[in-house]
Design a protein around this ligand. Structure first.
Ligand SMILES: Cc1cc2nc3c(=O)[nH]c(=O)nc-3n(C[C@H](O)[C@H](O)[C@H](O)COP(=O)(O)OP(=O)(O)OC[C@H]3O[C@@H](n4cnc5c(N)ncnc54)[C@H](O)[C@@H]3O)c2cc1C
Length: 371
């Protein structure tokens, strides 16, 4: 039976919950409380946003609904779908429609898909998206949705279905109403123990903030990886143990058809904006030796602090097997390793897996000349 918590009384140590089926309000006392209210898909405030053919992709029910619609229209060339927002969810939505034989239009404010990706890699993703039959309209704001169309710039795109994927907002209203402090992105502000501004009240997951491992700043990164780590730390502390969240890097990975894409830590621009004297190098390499039949190309961008050589982040776009190499960069950044230490790391090699110099080591070798 579904219950919705509708109020938290921190001083009294009570949550009030409404039983959905009966409308009955009950009270639950607590000594310690974990808020894990998650996030919701942002619905931008534009005319037409509440029309019935405008959907989001946040829950499994949302996915099931989109799945049924897309399958029912399989092979119908007169059916048009517009995806608004080309972050990783928008990109994955576009891919899902393409694999069902549709040709969605993907619209984004940024010039390239996946905001945060450096333009040199963004252009590769854009090329792959367009090559698959998707029209990508970048640098354009959607200003209205009508029952038949999406209005953006000077274009009116026919649209029988509109999918909104412009980001996630934290469900933090309950906490705010209880007087608990909010932080980055209006997520619930937490300390390293995942405790909120209220003693004994913890928060974890998409409703909570994180601390950026490199800048030290509070950030809102709604990712499953962070949610799991948050929850582990909060759970240990609630159980009387001592655990701390060291911080996050925003490491993320996705795929568009054959193209793998991954990012971690800071880009050069982000590092410089954070006041770090940074440099970066981009290399083009192979995922495996060229004589292997499934070898493909990959681009790696590596960012480091000048002087110390500390690894700050990286991005990878390439063929099969390339994206999870980001974990090597994430590990180096987490351990504050220098580019020289990254280059010295004893990474494995055999032809089915990599070139003798792994792509991350090649990037480190080149960046070492600049740091
Ligand atoms: C389409 C999509 C793809 C994703 N892919 C990835 C990925 O590949 N990798 C990755 O790292 N992350 C991914 N994420 C993000 C990841 O799913 C989330 O970060 C993670 O699920 C957050 O977990 P959570 O427990 O904080 O929130 P949720 O899973 O949203 O759970 C929150 C729960 O709280 C309940 N709730 C809210 N308010 C109340 C209330 N007042 N009373 C009672 N219950 C309440 C909700 O009903 C919900 O069940 C993806 C997200 C989406 C939408």
């Amino acid at each position: 039976m579904g219950h919705e918590v509708v109020e938290i009384d921190v001083a009294a140590g009570i949550v009030k919950a409404l039983e959905n089926a009966t409308g009955t309000l009950s009270e639950e006392p607590f000594d310690q409380l974990l808020l894990g209210t998650g996030g919701r898909a942002i619905r931008p405030n534009i005319p037409g946003i509440d029309l019935p053919h405008v959907l989001v992709a946040h829950t499994l029910d949302d996915a099931q609904a989109l799945h049924s619609i897309a399958d029912a229209r399989m092979g119908d060339d007169s059916w048009n779908v517009v995806v608004i927002g080309a972050g990783y969810i928008g990109l994955e939505m576009a891919e899902a429609f393409v694999t069902r034989g549709h040709r969605p239009v993907l619209v984004d404010l940024q010039d390239y898909p996946l905001p945060g990706l450096v333009p040199e890699l963004g252009v590769l993703v854009k090329g792959c998206v367009e090559h698959s039959g998707v029209e990508f309209i970048g640098g354009t704001e959607v200003t209205a949705i009508t029952p038949e169309s999406v209005v953006c710039g000077d274009r009116e795109l026919p649209a029988d279905l509109v999918v909104i994927s412009v980001g996630t907002a934290p469900c933090s209203e309950l906490a705010a109403a209880a007087g608990i402090e909010l932080g980055a992105g209006r997520a619930i502000a937490v300390d390293e123990r995942m405790q909120t501004s209220a003693e004994g009240v913890f928060a974890a997951g998409d409703c909570a903030t994180s601390r950026h491992l490199i800048t030290g700043k509070q950030v809102f990164f709604p990712l499953g990886t962070n949610a799991n780590k948050h929850a582990r730390v909060a759970g240990i502390n609630i159980g009387g143990g001592q655990a701390r969240m060291p911080g996050v890097l925003g490491t993320a990975v996705t795929r568009y058809l054959e193209l793998e894409i991954a990012t971690t830590g800071l880009s050069l621009d982000q590092a410089q904006a954070a006041g770090i004297d940074a440099c970066s190098e981009q290399i083009s390499t192979l995922t495996k030796p060229g004589y292997m039949p499934d070898s493909s190309t990959a681009q790696v961008v590596l960012v480091a602090e000048r002087g110390s050589g500390r690894v700050l982040g990286g991005q990878i776009v390439g063929g099969s097997g390339s994206a999870k190499r980001i974990d090597t960069i994430a590990t180096a950044a987490t351990a504050s390793m220098s580019v020289a230490q990254l280059l010295d790391t004893d990474l494995a090699y055999a032809p089915p897996f990599s070139t003798v110099w792994d792509m991350v080591a090649v990037a480190a070798r080149e960046l070492l000349k600049k740091v």
